[in-house]
Ligand binder design. Structure first.
Ligand SMILES: NC(=O)c1ccc[n+]([C@@H]2O[C@H](COP(=O)([O-])OP(=O)(O)OC[C@H]3O[C@@H](n4cnc5c(N)ncnc54)[C@H](OP(=O)(O)O)[C@@H]3O)[C@@H](O)[C@H]2O)c1
Length: 343
């Protein structure tokens, strides 16, 4: 039964120049808005988290609509259609896409800003719709293939390697015949990426990372796929091979610090004729369907695996988001808020 009120996580404070705090989001309960013309109402089932959502809360990201203090926070996720006034979706459809962080909410399916939602792919395990077949998989795919341009035999180094994006980028590099080294925090994460087929795993929480990287990359790094920035980017820049490609996917170290530092070793790009380039997944929108088809085939062939770290309960939403910045997640961080099987 649809409740009279909806629970919503609204932005309470912007986490600018500091770490995210759980109190930056506030739980409110409000009367549920009736479904208008060309709208659907969804019950949220899963929310998927990305460190970039902190940037959305700061209004630092220019690629998403601004989120103001007091607005309901947004997230990618999976929801069930419970009411529909749109010919595009019917009651019972399970959809993935851009949702509000509320237990029930309405979305426009037409007009100037129609919701970015589509039916889930039922030919793959449900949660891969939020990992491999989402923005995460798309970032790993185009970041590596188009910006990193690996060729067989290349040495590819990935930071944040046990995270959702890094673990996929590493597996795609292996499919391309590369030697792959992952940098991750802790023994459990390193053991998992070794299971995925990475050739070496470096635990950056112990010992001298620069020395260990040099030991396993005697001819230098051909492709550095960076999710972290800061000190790790500097260490990698110091060890690039001639004509190296440095892929700037993310910079999660920025999110916990009050100052953003530039790379100290960027001059090495000059000496080695290297290229350092950032990208956004939306740059590739026309090519998403083709990439999703390829990724979906690799899932079915067992050539790429994802791991989802699923927490439970709508009230645990800020706590679950925090796990990304505490390095607690292995694979894609997800929160289950209702049973997707319920009609
Ligand atoms: N360019 C694009 O279009 C695009 C698209 C999608 C994602 N991204 C970016 O890709 C990056 C990875 O996203 P994801 O969703 O896959 O997240 P994730 O890697 O699954 O989770 C975050 C991980 O970052 C590491 N971390 C947290 N704080 C850190 C710190 N201060 N220093 C170093 N590492 C830290 C932790 O792993 P350890 O324990 O191993 O440190 C944590 O588990 C993010 O920056 C995200 O915004 C970019």
């Amino acid at each position: 039964m649809i409740p009279a009120t909806a629970k919503q996580w609204r932005v309470q404070e912007r986490p600018i120049n500091r770490s995210f705090r759980e109190t930056d989001l506030r739980l409110v309960e409000e009367p549920l808005k009736p479904v208008g013309a060309n709208e659907v109402m969804l019950r949220a089932c899963y929310f998927a988290f990305d460190p970039a959502q902190k940037g959305w809360m700061e209004n630092a990201a220019n690629y998403v609509a601004p989120i103001n203090v007091g607005d309901v926070m947004r997230s990618r996720g999976i929801g069930r259609v419970v009411q529909s006034n749109s010919s595009k979706l019917k009651v019972g459809d399970l959809v993935r896409g851009d949702l509000f962080m509320a237990d029930y909410f309405t979305l426009p399916m037409d007009g100037p800003t129609p919701a970015n939602v589509e039916k889930v792919d039922t030919t793959v395990p449900l949660l891969t719709n939020l990992s491999i077949l989402s923005n995460t998989g798309i970032a790993a795919y185009f970041g590596l293939m188009d910006v990193g341009r690996p060729t067989a035999g290349d040495t590819v180094v990935i930071s944040g390697a046990a995270g959702a994006t890094g673990s996929l980028a590493g597996q795609i590099a292996k499919i391309n015949g590369c030697r792959v080294i992952g940098i991750a925090g802790g023994a459990a994460k390193c053991a998992w990426i070794a299971e995925l087929g990475f050739d070496h795993a470096i635990d950056y929480t112990t010992g001298d990372i620069a020395k260990r990287l040099r030991d396993v990359c005697p001819n230098g790094i051909n492709v550095f796929f960076d999710n972290v920035g800061g000190g790790i980017l500097d260490i990698a820049l110091a060890q690039i091979a001639p004509r190296a490609r440095v892929v700037l996917c993310g910079g999660i170290s920025r999110y916990s610090s009050t100052v953003t530092t530039g790379p100290l070793n960027y001059f090495n790009l000059i000496y080695n004729h290297g290229r350092m380039e950032g990208f956004l997944t939306r740059d590739y929108l026309p090519q998403w369907p083709e990439a999703k088809r390829r990724l979906s085939t690799w899932i079915k062939e067992g050539r790429i695996k994802s791991r989802e770290d699923v927490q439970e309960g709508f009230e645990n939403l800020p706590r679950t988001f925090m796990r990304l910045f505490e390095g607690k997640n292995i694979g894609k961080q997800i929160l289950r808020v209702s049973d997707p099987e319920l009609a």
